[in-house]
Write a protein that binds this ligand. Structure first.
Ligand code: NAP
Length: 249
């Protein structure tokens, strides 16, 4: 198994891509902390993974709250004794151009999508250092690579994740803590209803993608698994683009 003996914490792990990663990580031998503001869904998923023979626990986490991060790391360390992997996956999306974005909208987006990743890294580093290293996988987006007409604060937040990743990678390489970012294109989760709110928008977008479909959460999870595992041991500060070729055009 590709994550045998490892312990992972996945923010926003109760549903969407995070939930698919939690299931996949558990199947590959990891013990998984599912961290989310959605307690019911998170507990159900942990039970489902347990029933399937894996190991998982739910921890309450609002990624904007440093105290909750420290409690989440403590809970995982107490239960499983180590922490090797953090997937900074929690995020929100809002379709709004610059004039439709209030200062409060901007703050909320940057707080969750940007500061949440910073606090996550800050909170797990001591545990990873104590265990001899680790892998932090930050979920950015193609919106962290290219601009779009109607996602001002989202673009800015995902761009911040891209460069924060490289900064952390440089800072922690010597301690065997690797940090990489993942840049998915449009992926079939509930978030996509916010990206393409009107009928026919997905189909219109898909025809302009070289692989002409939306991605699945599994398409992304396999990439996250690779970065989380020792298979990517010479990779840090990198960008894994999983977008059907969208940004290649
Ligand atoms: P999702 O289905 O909306 O799942 C995100 C999870 O994170 C939800 O359970 C959500 O709870 C939770 N969350 C939101 N705010 C949180 C907070 N402050 N603290 C802790 N958890 C919080 O989204 P997804 O599509 O799986 O997206 C996962 C990541 O991939 C995000 O960072 C997103 O920006 C990125 N991404 C998505 C796409 C896409 O097309 N889907 C493409 C590129 C990148 P609520 O449901 O209550 O908000």
């Amino acid at each position: 198994m590709r994550l045998e003996g490892k312990v992972a914490l996945i923010s926003g792990g109760a549903r969407g891509m995070g939930a698919v990663e939690a299931r996949m990580f558990a199947r590959e031998g990891a013990k998984v902390g599912i961290a989310d503001i959605r307690e019911d869904a998170g507990r159900e998923l942990a039970a489902e993974i347990g029933a399937a023979g894996g190991e998982a626990m739910f921890v309450n986490l609002d990624v904007t709250d440093e105290r909750q991060w420290l409690e989440a790391v403590d809970a995982v360390m107490t239960a499983y004794g180590r922490l090797d992997i953090l997937v900074n996956n929690a995020g929100i999306y809002r379709r709004a151009n610059v004039e439709e974005t209030s200062g409060a909208d901007w703050d909320r987006m940057l707080d969750i999508n940007g500061k949440g990743v910073f606090l996550g890294a800050r909170s797990v580093v001591p545990a990873m250092r104590a265990g001899g290293g680790g892998s932090i996988v930050n979920i950015s987006s193609v919106a962290g690579l290219i601009g779009s007409a109607g996602a001002t604060a989202y673009n800015a937040s995902k761009g911040a994740v891209r460069l924060l990743t490289k900064s952390l990678a440089v800072q922690y390489a010597a301690e065997n803590i690797r940090v990489n970012s993942v840049h998915p294109g449009p992926i079939e989760t509930d978030m996509l209803d916010l990206v393409f709110p009107e009928e026919g928008m997905r189909e219109q977008r898909a025809v302009n993608i070289p692989i002409p479909r939306m991605g699945s959460p599994e398409d992304v999870a396999y990439g996250v698994l690779f970065l989380a595992s020792d298979e990517s041991s010479y990779m840090t500060g990198g960008e894994l683009v999983i977008d059907g070729g969208l940004t290649a055009t």
